[in-house]
Design a binder for this molecule. Structure first.
Ligand code: SF4
Ligand code: SF4
Ligand code: FES
Length: 352
């Protein structure tokens, strides 16, 4: 025979709701999902809750337990004090359907928008070959069970519905990183897509998403930061820039030896670099070609320093994006699980 324990569960729908008290029996070894099932069997037969595997693998039982986003089937009751009230609320970032069930279709929309794996030309499935080291680099990201706890936690969209359009979220940053690191993926614009369409620059590396991931994927360290570095490499590395200039010219966008690429620096509009005509083939060298293509002597606009904080340091987000970042919703001094009297959950449409 177990002991009776105190619970508060959010009950309601898209029109609003409130926390309701329940006293439920808890037995040794049980998890929060067991207790919710007992509530459904005794006090609250109409309590809505999504679940499937009860093994931490389907990702459907995501909810907030004492303020911490987590899987109900993997949260042992033994982690709480016997006298502690356990408070269970739905994921805050997504619209409530009923009780603990939310509409997570935002994530499926973002999944559909992310360009799929692009197979290499001329290689049939079954003929793909890659080094084990390349397999391992992205295999960590394939562990994702799509529980969307990271999406729910990310402050960029947690209380900012407006940002959802421009921000795919951490789950899709790991997808972008996985494909960008894939040696057989034929697309070369993954990082541009991550920055411009997925809103990678909104992320200011608070690591809240990593903290809640039940698969212990190092979302920020292994996916987001490398992707930000790759974006910066592509944009600001002088060698990459030089290479792209030469490549573009060789592709014929501005044909070598053409006098037409000189001097359109007249009138309004951006100033183009002045390029001198290319000499005959016998007089060329790679170094001279490179120098001509880049035109080291062009006029460069004066650099504009990004703002620094009171401590004289540059915000990390400034490395990749020019919009100011928002603070973490949890702050730096919050410890989980949060005591019930510190929970700030309320239905998004309810007055505070
Ligand atoms: S590190 Fe922070 S801001 Fe970036 S995706 Fe994760 S939760 Fe969002
Ligand atoms: S990355 Fe982790 S937290 Fe995010 S959806 Fe996948 S398993 Fe869940
Ligand atoms: S029920 Fe499948 S992860 Fe919890």
């Amino acid at each position: 025979m177990g002991t009776k324990r105190q619970f508060k569960v959010w009950r309601g729908d898209e029109n609003g709701g409130e926390l309701q008290d329940y006293q439920v029996e808890v037995n040794e070894g049980e998890v929060v999902l067991d207790v919710i099932h007992r509530m459904q069997a005794t006090d609250a037969p109409d309590l809505a809750c999504r679940w499937n595997c009860k093994a931490g693998k389907c990702g459907s039982c995501s909810m907030e337990i004492n303020g911490l986003p987590r899987l109900a089937c993997m949260t042992r009751m033994s982690t709480f004090e016997e006298t502690e009230t356990v408070t269970v609320t739905p994921l805050r970032t997504f619209p409530v359907i009923r009780d603990l069930v939310t509409d997570v279709s935002f994530n499926y929309t973002k999944a559909r928008e992310t360009p799929a794996f692009a197979p290499p030309a001329g290689v049939a499935p079954g003929e793909y070959r890659m080094q084990q080291v390349d397999v391992e680099r992205s295999q960590e990201f394939r562990k994702c069970i799509e529980c969307f706890l990271c999406q729910n936690t990310c402050h960029v969209i947690r209380d900012h519905e407006d940002n959802k359009k421009a921000f795919a979220g951490p789950r899709y940053f790991i997808r972008a990183a996985e494909l960008d690191m894939h040696p057989l993926d034929a697309r070369t614009d993954r990082r541009e897509y991550a920055q411009e369409a997925q809103g990678l620059g909104y992320c200011n590396i608070t690591k809240c998403c990593t903290e809640v991931c039940p698969e212990h994927i190092k979302i920020t360290d292994n996916a987001i930061i490398p992707m930000k570095e790759r974006v910066v490499d592509r944009r600001y590395d002088p060698l990459v820039w030089l290479g792209s200039k030469i490549f573009r010219r060789e592709k014929g966008e501005a044909p070598r030896g053409s006098a037409a690429i000189t001097a359109t620096n007249t009138g309004a509009g951006p100033q183009l670099p002045t390029v001198t005509p290319v000499p005959p083939a016998g007089e060329r060298s790679p170094e001279a070609d490179a120098e001509r293509a880049v035109n080291w002597h062009r006029a460069v606009p004066a650099p504009v320093a990004p703002p620094v904080g009171d401590n004289g340091m540059l915000a990390v987000s400034e490395f990749a994006f020019d919009r100011p970042a928002a603070p973490s919703p949890f702050g730096d001094d919050v410890r989980f699980p949060m005591p019930p009297n510190q929970l700030n959950y309320s239905h998004p449409d309810q007055p505070l």
